[in-house]
Design a protein around this ligand. Sequence first.
Ligand SMILES: [Zn+2]
Length: 372
Amino acid sequence: MALSTSLIDSLEGYTRDKYELRLDKSKITRLFTSMRPAYTEAEEYFVQKYLMCDEMVAMGMYQDGYGNCLFKIPNEDGSPSRTLWSCHTDSVHREGGVQTVHYDPLTDKFSTPDGSCLGGDDNSGTYIMLELMRNNVPGLYIYHRAEEVGGVGSAWIAKNSVEMLHQYDRAIAFDRKDVHSIITHQGSKRCCSEAFSADLSEKLGMNHRSDSGGSFTDTANYDHIIPECTNMSVGYFNAHSARETQLLDYLWKLKDAFVRIDCEALVTERDAQAPVEWSMSGYYGYGDSLIKPHKEARTAMGWSKQDDIKWRQDKKAKKEEDKKAKKEEEGITTEDLVAIIPEDDFGPKSKKSTKYDEDSPDWDDFFMQQTD
Ligand SMILES: [Zn+2]
């Protein structure tokens, strides 16, 4: 019996999707192997080799006076794009080098086998931006330097490239944990409108929602210049810790969604010059960002003694909760796992090293071989 055309089509589609997912999984793994704290040789090496390599420079990648890497793609009709894409090149590892990364197909999660930080923050943002570039999505791409040490690269741009920033209506960062957030506030300060968030969520069609609990990423430094500044969930959890994980499927789908939608048509409603709009809801909101609001924010919102007591109670409860969760996790020891899992399933043994030069995998064709 011959298979119907539609069945063959859907099987082919399925195979193609699986193939592409595998290809992207290997690209993501390659990025995750690199540990690169700000101002280290490893971070500079990454930037020079993969962002400022000859091929990228020939296509238009350039560095500003601070060292941020920028790349512009105009709209299809040749007009300049009014979208700014943002990620950062540095990670929070203790030292620069390479590490082993493990992917578990059962949980769909990347992690490290040796208790060091994974670096989904912000390799995942870096991956999405490279893929959007590869798919010719219009925008100004900024690979910020030194985000983890206080947003130094973006602060430099906000100070020295104001005219450039004025040419954009929206700045979208890929640097947020979890899978549902469109950040509307950073450090309790409004950075994008609800209308923008709703429009973006609807276009993406992945059940994202407004999240006022953002702490800080580079786009916060542009919120007084660019009307709609946000930060998107990229699917990492427990960033900056040994327990950090990254979801593959979500990251892959998010990238696809951003390739598909037209960000130039997104609603722009917020006035970047309007007085600062504060919100405390984020810090109570999802329970895991119990950072005391900025003093400026507390004053503006009339933060009372009761608020302070409640904040301290919440913080204490949260600490207890974290402790409990960690204990539960530690309940299963490595020995327990070894006893039940066949050795091959553990993946490669850790090869953590500070020698990033000789030992790093050869990524030379990382961007170039990926033609459609
Ligand atoms: Zn980050």
